[in-house]
Design a binder for this molecule. Structure first.
Ligand code: AMP
Ligand code: MG
Length: 405
């Protein structure tokens, strides 16, 4: 059985890079940058006041209080063009450019202006440079501020906007088709009969794919029928960079995903991973012109979530050239015993928190086993119990992987 880390590396290796495209800044969130982002201006672009108050010569205030002549006013968007001479001050607002000659700003709370606005009393001595943010102290023009491979966050949108990136070069979104399989499935609008249950994987998988930056299409689920599966896979593959199937990968008489893939001439990279839950996960590439990747995930909804996030998510991010293609990894103290297995590594749903000493704590969920997807809704991480460890005791340090939000 393939160890999980090797399976992940295989997925990364087989995931082709998608072309880049330009999108408007408004649509850039969550997309992966296809080029470095370079500052086209200094930041701040000029020496800037950090307070409402007065721009002064610090030297004039050494023997404070200092009585200064108010010679002008500088506001954000409307600087004062003159030169501040000795014994002079300029009324200044936060964000305004510092007038030439001045070397300090005193906040308005420490001053008193005369009724006629002609003079101001500065009550205490100013340090040169106080309440001034100097030009280019944050960013210098020409500096690389974001790198290709980073995923655009809301904070990055602000940085992109301030450097004039009305359009942003990003990787094209992978097109993903989601296909749940199983003759027991009924639609969410229906009431399941004695032998059936509502399809839930279609919804979680399409959402996970979207969260990984894909353009996800949810196909109507299909019955366990090899011919039908073959048709649906071949048809969806022609417009998809990846297919994510759920169900039908176990050893049952009605598990047809692998035989359908083989009949279509797919190259199967792996079909058994040392993973609990998720052992029968299949990763393959179809023989079509697009070389569509296929993930055949076990149908159990918890397995679906675990295996999607370990493997399919990685592929979708790798296709976009993302630097971070794997779930974020931390070390945490176990808050409760975790049960492992002799022949497979376990990736157990857990919540994480910090204790009073600031240590990360991981608490595996109390649940009724790997089909308990209602309990799984609380999971924010997976605790890794290595293959061969029957049990890890509370208090021991383990690896945890953060699930995406
Ligand atoms: P399978 O991998 O096809 O053997 O499916 C394993 C189990 O997962 C099934 O017995 C169902 O209980 C459940 N299951 C499969 N597909 C879905 C689905 N689309 N939505 C919810 N549960 C599913
Ligand atoms: Mg099935």
């Amino acid at each position: 059985m393939l160890p999980v880390p090797e399976a992940i590396r295989r997925v990364e290796r087989e995931s082709p890079r998608l072309a880049a495209e330009e999108v408007s800044l408004r649509d850039a969130r969550g997309r992966v940058l296809a080029a470095d982002v370079v500052a086209d201006t200094d930041l701040p672009p000029f020496d800037r006041a950090l307070m409402d108050g007065y721009a002064v010569h610090a030297a004039d205030t050494h023997d404070a209080p200092a009585n200064l002549r108010v010679v002008g006013e500088a506001a954000a968007g409307r600087g004062w063009r003159g030169r501040v001479g000795a014994g002079e001050a300029v009324r200044i607002m936060t964000g305004a450019p510092l007038p030439t000659g001045a070397d300090a700003v005193e906040q308005v709370e420490q001053t008193r202006e005369t009724e006629d606005g002609a003079r101001v009393l500065v009550e205490r001595a100013c340090e040169p440079g106080q309440f001034i943010s100097r030009r280019a102290t944050e960013v210098t023009r020409g500096e690389t501020i974001l790198r290709a491979g980073e995923r655009v966050t809301p904070a990055m949108l602000a940085a992109l906007a301030s450097f004039g990136y009305a359009r942003v070069r990003v990787a094209r979104r992978p097109r993903v088709a989601v296909l749940a399989t199983g003759s027991e499935l009924v639609r969410v609008e229906e009431t399941p009969g004695a032998d059936s249950l509502r399809d839930s994987n279609t919804y979680s998988l399409a959402a996970y794919a979207g969260a990984a930056g894909a353009d996800a299409e949810a196909l109507p689920f299909a019955a366990d029928d090899e011919g039908l599966l073959r048709e649906l896979i071949a048809e969806a593959a022609d417009r998809s960079d990846a297919l994510v199937l759920s169900g039908g990968v176990s050893m049952g008489v009605y598990d047809f995903t692998k035989s359908a893939l083989r009949a279509l001439g797919a190259e199967i990279f792996f079909e058994r991973v040392s993973l609990r839950p998720g052992k029968p996960t299949v990763f393959a590439r179809l023989a079509n012109a697009r070389g569509t990747l296929v993930f055949g995930l076990p149908g159990n909804p918890v397995s679906v979530s675990v295996t999607f996030n370990l493997f399919a998510r990685t592929a979708l991010l790798a296709m976009q050239g993302a630097t971070e293609t794997r779930l974020a990894e931390h070390r945490a103290v176990l808050a409760r015993d975790a049960k492992g297995s002799v022949e497979r590594a376990s990736y157990l749903p857990a919540t994480v928190s910090t204790d009073d000493a600031g240590r990360l704590l991981a608490e595996p969920l109390k649940w009724q086993g790997s089909s308990d997807f209602v309990a799984f809704t609380r999971a924010t991480a997976l605790v890794v119990v290595p293959e061969g460890a029957r049990r890890i005791e509370a208090g021991e340090v383990v690896t945890v992987l953060r699930l995406p939000e």
